[in-house]
Design a protein around this ligand. Structure first.
Ligand code: NOJ
Length: 567
């Protein structure tokens, strides 16, 4: 087996800085807080951190609207605090990748302030300007994609909010300025980047209008009310058709190659993972991005054995067809999506399903990405008071529902609370004390803390409870670390028609591990015809006393996660 790189063997953990740990007691997470929790992460058994944006930002999009690419948001600390964090992370063998937002800046970034100041300033062509809106394109967050600026008497383009103007990547000076940013952080020692929204960097040069007979607010509303298969299909078609001309414009592959060349100048195997599922962005497998996320795995209502098998078949064969075989990257949650525990629960067996899905991400072939709080079973918190919303996309939607679509405020508040990403961004729950131990009791946290910290959903209570979710993750991470087959082995599905459980092998030349994830409340007696006759227990969520089973008959309990080495 070829020697794997660090990013192939690592388990990544996404830290959402605003919500991870509040070191100075102001209700907002910060570097002091994160640094103090590095021992926790090392003990959990993850190997790398993806840090969501930590840069100065007016926070219209919670940090994804950057006003200074060289700095640290004052509420998170100083550049010195960042350097301390990085040093301390590396001292614990935790790699760190940053979030790199290339498509747009904040409207408060000096580049944009200059660009919008006149039609003939030196940065006049750093963003995408037009005399009149050239088409009906929508911003995916807040309505029209073209916004007027009186100083220039022109409109600028923004795929996201109007506070996030798109950079003009056809201008070589923009590229140069952004590559300087990349070098700055690589020189400081970061291990790579998660590339935000790469598909949106280039648009259709012909500016082809979309053909959907509604605007964004109407489409959101239509999506919520779509119930029949026909309506759901139409809704999906509309989402595609509304934005298809604003993605994947020509030039992206060359751009990714250029960026890759910069990373490759550095030692230490610096890496790039793209926020996209399109394998094409991995180029020939060795000359663009190192990985892209397997989002199709998570884009379903329910995780079922059939869905997983189909997903793996399509994904792994596509990666295998690249000239240099591509490496998979799996996740079931991040700061943009409902939490794994809530999203894939059935309301009755949520805890069991959350464990099965965690085990899935940690045992499939590829690099797993976990989202902070997942490991203690944090759940979505529905915010029903619109004044508490911090995700401005949801505030915008609330206003649209009430003012434009004339929906009753109580109903609109509920809808906004369900669509907002705030629900999955609430502060990390460290202990059973006011504010969940995230901030001191008296602090007002930036988003409300989920009150279920008092019902055992917190780190402190779970730390010493052998059957807690936290110890489930910890133990599984230990087993993974000690099993070469789980890290680098090939994937071989077993019992390809089983509807209620998912069984597969991970296999290297020297080790074979069987994984069985029983997604049903029924016990199963499973018969496998395998060359190895004994399955030696590595991990079970069911507290088995017997270590060895005959592979000809392995019995798994309701919702059991079972891993064994075949001997
Ligand atoms: C994707 C990020 O994950 C999301 O949080 C953000 O709102 C958009 N890109 C815009 O940067």
């Amino acid at each position: 087996m070829q020697k794997l790189k660090w990013w192939q063997t690592a388990v990544f953990y996404q830290i959402y800085p605003r919500s991870f740990a509040d070191g100075n007691g102001d209700g907002i997470g910060d570097f002091q807080g994160i640094t103090a929790k590095l021992d926790y992460l090392a003990d959990l058994g993850v190997n790398a951190i993806w840090l969501s944006p930590h840069f100065p930002s007016p926070n219209w999009d919670c940090g994804y609207d950057i006003s200074d690419y060289y700095g640290v948001a004052p509420e998170y600390g100083t550049l010195g605090d960042f350097e301390t964090f990085l040093r301390e992370a590396h001292a614990r063998k935790l790699r760190v990748i940053l979030d790199l937002v290339l498509n747009h800046t904040s409207e408060e970034h000096p580049w944009f302030l200059e660009s919008k100041s006149s039609r003939d300033n030196p940065k006049s062509d750093w963003y995408v300007w037009a005399d009149t809106p050239p088409n009906n394109w929508q911003s995916c967050f807040d309505g029209d994609a073209w916004t007027y600026v009186p100083e220039r008497g022109q409109y600028y383009y923004h795929y996201f909010m109007k506070q996030q103007p798109d950079l003009n990547w056809n201008n070589p000076a923009v590229k140069q300025a952004m590559w300087d940013v990349v070098r700055f952080w690589l020189d400081l020692g970061v291990d790579g980047f998660r590339l935000d929204a790469i598909g949106t960097i280039y648009e259709d040069p012909a500016l082809t209008p979309h053909t959907v007979p509604m605007n964004l607010a109407e489409l959101r509303r239509f999506s919520e009310t779509a119930k029949t298969p026909e309506e759901i299909e139409l809704k999906n078609k509309y989402w595609h058709d509304m934005f298809c001309h604003q993605w994947d414009g020509p030039g992206l592959h060359d751009l990714m190659k250029e960026l890759r060349t910069i990373l490759d100048e550095y030692d230490g195997d610096r890496m790039l993972v793209g926020e996209d599922d399109n394998i094409a962005y991995m180029g020939n497998g060795g000359d663009e991005l190192h990985m892209v996320f397997n989002f199709p795995l998570m884009r379903v209502e329910r995780i079922t054995p059939d869905h997983i098998r189909r997903n793996q078949k399509t994904r792994l064969s596509a990666l295998g067809r690249l000239p240099v075989e591509g490496w998979p990257c799996n996740t079931l949650g991040n700061h943009d999506s409902s939490r794994l525990y809530t999203r894939y629960g059935d309301g009755v067996h949520d805890a069991e399903l959350a464990r099965l899905n965690a085990a899935l991400v940690l045992t499939l072939r590829g690099t797993p990405f976990l989202y902070n709080g997942e490991e203690i079973g944090m759940t979505d918190l529905i915010i029903t008071d619109p004044s508490q919303l911090r995700d401005t996309m949801a505030s915008w939607y609330y206003e649209q529902l009430v003012n434009e679509l004339k929906i009753a405020p109580s109903e609109a508040a509920l809808r906004a609370g369900e669509t907002t990403r705030d629900k999955n961004r609430t502060p990390m729950q460290w202990e059973n004390s006011p504010n969940g131990g995230f901030s001191p009791a008296k602090a007002e946290t930036w988003l409300p803390v989920n009150p279920n910290y008092a019902a055992g959903i917190n780190v402190r209570d779970q730390q010493d409870a052998p059957n807690s979710m936290l110890n489930f993750y910890r133990n599984l991470l230990r087993v993974r670390k000690a099993s070469p087959a789980l890290i680098g082995g090939e994937y071989k599905p077993l019992h390809p028609k089983a509807g209620s459980y998912f069984a597969f092998l991970r296999q290297t030349d020297d080790q074979t591990v069987i994984v069985i994830l029983n997604y049903s409340p029924d016990r199963h007696e499973l018969r496998f015809r395998l060359p190895q006759k004994t399955a030696h227990l590595l991990f079970s969520s069911a507290g088995r006393s017997q270590k060895d089973e005959a592979t000809s008959r392995i019995s798994v309990g309701a919702f059991e996660v079972y891993l064994a080495e075949l001997l």
